[in-house]
Design a protein around this ligand. Sequence first.
Ligand code: ARG
Length: 563
Amino acid sequence: MRFSEEFAAALYQVLKDDLPKEEIQQLIEKPKHAEHGDLAFPCFSLAKIQRMAPQSIAEQLSRAVQSPLFEKVEAAGGYVNAFLDKKYVTKLVLEEVMAKKEQYGTLHIGKGEVIVIDMSSPNIAKPFSMGHLRSTVIGQSLALLLAKGGYRPVKINHLGDWGTQFGKLIAAYKKWGDEQKVKEHPIKELLALYVKFHDEAERNPELEAEGRQWFKRLEDGDQEAVVLWEWFREESLKDFSRIYQLLNIEFDSYAGEAFYNDKMDRIVRRLEEKGLLTESEQAQVVLLAEEELPPCLIKKSDGATLYATRDLAAAFYRKETYHFAQSLYVVGGEQRLHFKQLTSVLKKMGESWADELIHIPFGMMRKDGKKMSTRKGQVVLLEEVLQESIALAKKNIELKNPGLANKEEVARQVGVGAIVFNDLKNYRLNNIDFSLEDILRFEGETGPYVQYTHARACSILRKAGFHAEEKRTVVLSGEKEWEAVSLMMSFPEAIEKAINEFDPSRIAKHTIQLAQAFNKYYAEVKVLEEDEQQLSRLAFVSAVAQLLKEGLALLGIEAPDEM
Ligand code: ARG
């Protein structure tokens, strides 16, 4: 809470000789119980310095602290408890929110530093999984939060577009493929071919050899192989881009694994020069025994490179291209080991920036207690889930507000927002249970609930003909508004924590709380009553609407004005 700085300043006036300001600031707490005020300063460490009982110090201090911010300053149990003046603070906060508009909560902690975010990164010719969805929405929210914090995020979609599986796919397509079918449903068809290849290969092992040959041809730049691979990639991207469009997400780069094909030699040579490559079962590996990790595989016995080799090259490329301060990898927890190995290899190479690589793991999306996966051939197409959610949202609109003007667009915003919010409201490492019905509820902790609250606030403002642009003075007792105003006050702090912990759920929770506080207020207070405080109440409603919208925006969720 930023008023803690003023509290610290007031305390510092008295404590100058004993404690530096920063230390005072650090000691200040937010009491758990309202009866202990809004801010508390513990006097226990001072007691040692001054050789006095903490409570006596607290009493002295509480008499000395003077600020219009506080209506009361009390000593209790060795603490100085300060109670904010609700009327005064409500005025300050609301006027600030209205004056700063979208800039409210903007921070400058990033100082323009670049942070690369490796996110989404689905695999070509395979379905976009729930894991990829999580990576996409967490990555997107982190990018938005970082930008709000004054960083420069760079979003990279590290497509899985290279590897031996493409040899198999080409072989399968040559045998059983149908161009028209692939064009109609790229991912579905390509996956079916891939699955068929594996089934057939069980009976006919020669197929494996054929697949390897095709991959070799692909790596050697064989015209036919390359053309097919490019086509698979392009068709797959068409499928993926429909999902990105629904989610309203764009990337700064689609440099996937294949992009690094001509950038690995240099790195492998560097490993060699540093004496880090060891032959093991005819493969080239970097031993990581000292780090208590299994060896990192760099080249297979046939000279083929691997996922890790490409990630190593990508790490160098990104450092050299973007000069990042941090390089984030928003990738499921299953790949923990891989990223530990990556950092360890870089460290062994003597790269001082190795620790700037940060894996941001997340838990699984589950349905009925089981991982939501794309089991053999049985595709849970994410796009279908999104479309289903949009259809449900549409049904809801038809029921509640059939006259709504842009139903299709609002249904998309609500249907997609519901899924995104359900993902981001949980701490990312937790596993998430997936139930469309729950996700789309208009009450409880859901995206539609927040969106609906925002729309309701907008409708009040519309009805009153209120315009947020005009400058206003707020006169409110602040009693009924206090819960919401406290949340507005701590919004910048929530953003900072979300950034520092790479945790969008802080914003989701904050936004839910604000929506709840507002709905409680709205049930108790007649906002539109025509008295001298009407404009001030409307200013409050307008500030709530603005912060709900901003909170959702930081999660990558749109907030319709009407729904
Ligand atoms: N394509 C990979 C997968 O689906 C994720 C890639 C993550 N990013 C990376 N740089 N390794 O599992």
